[in-house]
Write a new protein. Structure first.
Length: 69
């Protein structure tokens, strides 16, 4: 997701399923990663965006498993 679009679109609560580190473990070696999560970006915003997650991470990882293999 694009954190900028979420912020400028007026979304004030982001609920996500798979955490950054868990997702990166699914990705192949050498894949591009961004070591900055949404909560860190929102911490520098003028308006507050609540970040909730990871929720149901095991189930969410199932959806990613086939994509990254």
């Amino acid at each position: 997701m694009c954190v900028g679009a979420i912020y400028w679109g007026g979304v004030r609560r982001l609920v996500f399923c798979v955490g950054q580190q868990a997702l990166y473990q699914q990705m192949p070696p050498g894949a591009w990663v961004l070591e900055l999560n949404a909560a860190e970006v929102f911490a520098h915003a003028a308006g507050r965006v609540e970040v909730i997650g990871a929720l149901l991470e095991a189930e969410g990882l199932e959806a990613h498993a086939g994509f990254w293999s």
